[in-house]
Design a protein around this ligand. Structure first.
Ligand SMILES: NC(=O)c1ccc[n+]([C@@H]2O[C@H](COP(=O)([O-])OP(=O)(O)OC[C@H]3O[C@@H](n4cnc5c(N)ncnc54)[C@H](O)[C@@H]3O)[C@@H](O)[C@H]2O)c1
Length: 529
């Protein structure tokens, strides 16, 4: 593991938890620049905070905070202590979260009161009953603080001890983890680390890539991340061309691939260049297919920016485009030279896409990692590098065993037999992750009905899906209709219906021995009325 010098460290928390002192100490130990947001605002406005509140109002102060968050998010390698309320607005959390590691310091109320007993400079505590005010403010802010991925309880700890913990966390979270993937033709590595998109050039160079490269992306992702990637490529001596395609599954077609060939030719991409796929699974599949076929194949680098693409689509070498007759009907196996997973990119992903991705992370736990599942049960939706890495390891183990999808890879379809039918019935308005979520419930219930697994598995799965905001039931269709949709799809391809069923958390079996009666019974139970 190597430690990224790149990410900012942003320390927040309620007043009195020691953000500024801890931030200063962390900066001193790391030899980094320290920014105290409150102090900087005071300096710029030319007034102390109580005076700003009194003369200009809280709204003005919050606006200063918002602007400063934007400004600091553009910089790197800082240690930042925020004001206590600065990261309460979700937008500020997102903006600063994109730039590095967010840490929230907590403290028990008694200690906060003790620490703030003499404080004269806290306008929000300018009231008769400080204890009540603190308790109210804490209650108001609890939800927002709890959204911050890393929490350190500073109760009873010295500034040095808390700083030590922040640095330890930084080392584990700002580290770059590398997971090797063996393939029939050699292998590649999945690198996971905050800030990797700013290091694409350096890592591609180390990988032996040179010269002209095509950065394939769409306007949504391109506007957000292409400039960072382009700068890093140029710094490493590459000549990048940005190749844009429209956003959406509707454009995962051969026509779009043709437009990519045109852009590759125009950009002078030859056999010694490379294609870099910057985006979600759609971009990875499109750019991957183009890279597999352009000049009989040029090197490919996957830069996944959705949670689903990070833990699933970018790994394993399957690339494809859709055909009017079906999804992913035209494709190839194209192993990447490397996959760079930068979780900071997830700060801009919308919540529904995140939920969809979480369904895949949970799926990885059910398929092959009881530890990942337990970890998700304990920590909720905090995205840790270790969570991502474990989900990646599950996928890697499966694709290594079955690189060309001849057997074991079927386990990755957990939840898909039922889920795909629901997607089809909804005319694809149901998101893939939501369909997989209900599908996993159906598979588990089927396993329970067949005596393959214990009922507790079903309960644990339902609880975790609900916790991540994913559906466990479906509505609107008769079980018979769902069965028909499942069966028709298979009949069309001349295949038997195949089910992936959990035996326990972390262990699944593949079977086609499930009767229609069992399926209908399961569907009936999962139907919401
Ligand atoms: N090749 C494989 O093994 C494999 C496996 C699973 C899925 N897939 C394919 O993946 C596709 C689905 O991928 P997906 O779920 O990533 O969807 P997607 O690629 O359509 O991305 C979802 C949306 O999020 C946007 N987006 C992406 N990253 C963003 C970011 N960081 N911030 C803000 N917006 C961002 C995209 O522009 C898009 O609008 C399907 O086509 C599916 O067939 C392939």
């Amino acid at each position: 593991m190597e430690v990224s010098e790149w990410a900012n460290v942003v320390i927040t928390g309620f007043m009195g938890t020691g953000k500024s002192e801890v931030g200063l100490e962390v900066a001193r130990r790391l030899g980094r620049e320290f920014v105290d947001m409150d102090a900087l605002i005071e300096q710029r406005v030319g007034m102390a905070i109580p005076e700003i509140f009194a003369k200009r109002g809280e709204g003005f102060f919050r606006q200063q905070e918002r602007e400063l968050c934007q400004e600091l998010a553009e910089r790197r390698g800082l240690v930042i202590a925020t004001g206590g309320g600065a990261l309460i607005p979700v937008e500020n959390r997102r903006v600063l979260g994109k730039s590095g590691l967010l840490v929230c310091l907590t403290c028990d109320v008694r200690e906060i009161l003790r620490r703030l007993a003499q404080a004269e400079d806290r306008p929000l505590l300018d009231v008769a009953d400080r204890r009540e005010r603190i308790a109210t403010l804490l209650a108001e802010r609890r939800e927002a603080y709890s959204r911050i991925p890393h929490q350190i309880d500073a109760t009873g700890l010295t500034v040095e001890e808390v700083a030590e913990r922040v640095i330890k966390l930084l080392k584990s979270e700002a580290a770059v983890e590398r997971i090797a993937v063996r393939t029939p033709t050699g292998g590649y590595e999945v690198h996971l680390g905050r800030g990797l998109l700013a290091r694409v050039g350096e890592l591609a160079f180390q990988q032996g890539l040179r010269g002209r490269v095509a950065l394939v992306t769409n306007p949504t992702v391109g506007d957000l991340y292409a400039p960072t990637v382009v700068v890093s490529l140029q710094k490493a001596g590459f000549e990048p061309t940005i190749c844009q395609v429209p956003d959406g599954e509707a454009y995962k077609t051969l026509d779009t691939v043709r437009s990519l060939y045109d852009q590759f030719i125009e950009g002078g991409l030859d056999r010694y260049g490379a294609v870099l796929a910057l985006g979600g699974g759609v971009i990875g599949d499109l750019a991957g297919f183009a890279a597999a076929t352009y000049m009989r194949g040029v090197p490919l680098v996957q830069l996944p920016t959705t949670l689903l693409a990070m833990v699933d689509a970018s790994i394993g070498g399957k690339v494809a485009v859709d055909h009017p007759q079906g999804k992913n009907l035209i494709g190839a196996f194209k192993q990447p030279e490397m996959v760079l997973v930068d979780p900071l990119a997830l700060a801009t992903l919308d919540e529904a896409e995140m939920r969809s991705g979480w369904a895949e992370v949970i799926k990885a736990g059910v398929i092959g990692s009881p530890n990942l599942f337990k970890h998700l049960e304990g920590r909720g939706d905090k995205l840790l590098l270790s969570t991502l890495a474990e989900a990646v390891r599950v996928k890697v183990a499966v694709v290594e065993e079955d690189p060309y999808e001849r057997g074991r890879r079927a386990v990755l379809n957990l939840g898909h037999t039922f889920g795909h039918a629901l997607e089809v019935l909804s005319g694809f308005t149901l998101r893939h992750g939501e369909a997989v979520s209900v599908g996993m419930m159906a598979a588990t219930r089927t396993a329970v009905a067949l005596g393959l697994c214990d009922e507790t598995v079903e309960g644990r799965l339902a609880a975790i899906l609900q916790r991540f905001g994913l559906p466990t039931h479906y509505e609107g269709y008769e079980p018979r209709e769902v069965w028909e949709a499942m069966a028709t799809d298979k009949k069309r391809r001349g295949k038997k219906l195949r089910f992936v069923l959990p035996r326990a958390i972390g262990q699944v079996v593949v079977t086609d021995e499930v009767s229609k009666a069992t399926v209908l019974e399961v569907l009936e139970k999962l139907r919401e009325r």
